[in-house]
Design a protein around this ligand. Sequence first.
Ligand code: M6R
Length: 616
Amino acid sequence: MCGIVGYTGARVAEPVLIEGLQKLEYRGYDSAGVCTVEASGAMHLRRAMGKLAALRARLATEPCPGSTGIGHTRWATHGKPSEHNAHPHRYEGVTVVHNGIIENHRALRAELQAEGHTFSSETDTEIFAHLVARERRGGASLHESVRGAVRRVHGAYALAVLDERCPGEIAFARLASPLVVGLGDGENFLASDVPAVLEHTRRFVFLEDGDTGTITAAGLTLTDVDGRPLSREATQILWSAVMAEKGGHKHFMHKEIAEQPRAVTDTLRGRLGLGDGDVTLDGVDLDVLARAKRIVITACGTSWHAGLVGRYLVEQLARVPCEVELASELRYRDPVLSDDTLVLAISQSGETADTLAALKEAKRRGTMVMSICNVIDAAIPRACAPDGSGKAAGTLYTRAGPEIGVASTKAFVTQLVALHLLALQLASVRKTMTKQALAGDLQALAELPMAIEGLLDGEDAVKAAAARYVAARDMLFLGRGLLFPIALEGALKLKEISYIHAEGYAAGEMKHGPIALIDEHMPVLVLALPGPGYEKVISNMEETRARGGRILAVVDTDDHALDDQVEALFRVPARHPRTAPVLATIPLQLFAYHVACLRGLDVDQPRNLAKSVTVE
Ligand code: M6R
C-alpha cells in the first residue's frame, strides 16, 4: 500500500511532490523517492531509505529541477526496504512509481533477463520500467508503451511513468489499486489519494480499473487498455483537509474497517490456486514447514486472538498439534521446545517487545521459527529470515497496509486469512485434505472480500443497535470453537475504545461461574453461527435469557430461529465454517466503533494505549 504522486505544470515540481508525499506517508514510509524532468529532457532522480524526512534532507543539498515529476512513498511488498528498492525505478530513460503487487514478475524478469536486461532492485515494480522501455524501443508512444506493458502483467497496479524523451507528460494506468487525477488550471496532478493534492485543486477524476492515460499541463487523455477513448466525470471534493487524510472517514479505525475487502484481496493475491486447488505461500520455506511436528503460536492482544483461530485451523486441516501461548508468558515459563517444534510469531507491527523476546528465546532453544506480520522487514520478520541454518521458515506477510488506529481491525482479519492459507499449505504438504475439501476452502476465501463488502453495507443496523448499549457498564461475548477467539476479540475491541468492561468467554464455561453475573444490566453478545457448537450455544443463550440477561446475537443470514428471542441481531453469510470467524468479526468491530463514537471517545487513540508496544 504505497503512495504515489505526480505533477505537471508551470511550477517547480519537487515541492508539490514532497508535500503530496507527506500527506500520503500514512500509506507507507520505509523509503521514498522523486524523479523530475526538465523541458530539456534532463532527468533527476533522488531516493532515500526511511521516512520522507530522509529524502527531504537529501533534496536540500541535491534539489530536483523541472516542472514535471513523480514521487513515491513505499510500503515494501517485494524486496526489503532499502535505497535500491525505493521507487522511482529507472531503465533507459523511463522511470516508474507503482503501488500494488505484480504476481508474474518472476517470469517477466526471467524473460527480460534472457533478452539482456539487467535489474538493479529486487522489486516487482522494476519490471514496468523495463517493459515500457522495451515498447518504447519499438517506436510506441509513452501511453501506448504503458498499455503494452500492463497487458503483460497479472496483479494490481497504480502506475505513473515518466520518460526523458517526452518531458511535460506523465503516463498512468490503474488496476485494483487507487489512483486519482487532480485537474488544475494549466497544471494537472496524479495521486493515490485525494489529500495529497487537495491544497492545489478540488476537482478530481477517480480512475477505474483498466483506465490508462496521460496528463500534461494542458489536459488529461484517458483510454482503456486497448486505446479506446474514455470519458469520466470530474468530482468536486468538499472534504476538509483532515477528513481527506482519513479518506472522508471520521476516524482511521472506520477507514481501516472499510478497507478490509481490499486488504483481504491483497493478502490472497497470487496465493490462491483456484484452478489447481493449491496455495502458494511466497516468502515461506516449505522444507522447514514440512519438518514441523508441533506448532507453538505466540503473540499478544489481537494477534493472539488470531493465533487462537489459527490453532483450530492448523489442527483441523493439517492435523499438526498446535498450541497458542501469550508471548509475555511463553518466555518466562521455561517451555518444552524441541527442535522439531515450529514457533510461529504473529504480529501486526513486527516490533512488539514481548513477541520478539519470546521468538528470540525460542530460537535460543533451537526451535524452527516463522512469522506472520504486516510490516515488511520489521524486527520479528528479520528474526525469522532464512539464515542458512534450516531453522528459519521466513514470513508470511499480511498485506493490510499501514494500520494507524490503535484498535487493530484490518490487520486481524488479514491475519485470519494468512493463518487459513498456512493451514491449507500444511494440509496440502501432509495430504490431510482431499482436493475437493481444499478447493472448498479456497473458494470460501476467494468469496470473502465480497461478503465483507456486504456486511459493511449493513453498518446502519449495527449503529442503531450500538445506540441501545451506550450506557452499558459491562458486557459479555460468548462463542464456541472457532468463534470463541472472536468473542475474545469482540470484547477487546469494545473495552479498548469504549472503556466498557467486556469479557469474552467460551460459551460452555458460562455455567462454571460467569452466569452468576447475569442480570438485566449485563448485555450478552452470543456468536450463534452454524456448526457443531450451534445447539449448545443456543442452550447457553437460553440459560442467560432465563436469568434476565439481554441478548444480542450474531447469526447466519438464513437463520430466523432467534428472531423474536433477542434484542439485536447481526446477520452474516456464514456458509463456510472456516471463514465464518472473519465474517463474524465485522459487526463486532462496527459495534465497538459506534458505541465508542456515541460515547464521544477518542477512537483512534484510546487512553493509556500505544499502537506498537515496544516495552516488555
Ligand atoms: O503489533 P502486534 O500485532 O504485535 O500488537 C499486539 C497487540 O499489542 C495489539 O494487537 C493490541 O492488542 C491492539 N491494540 C488490539 O486492538
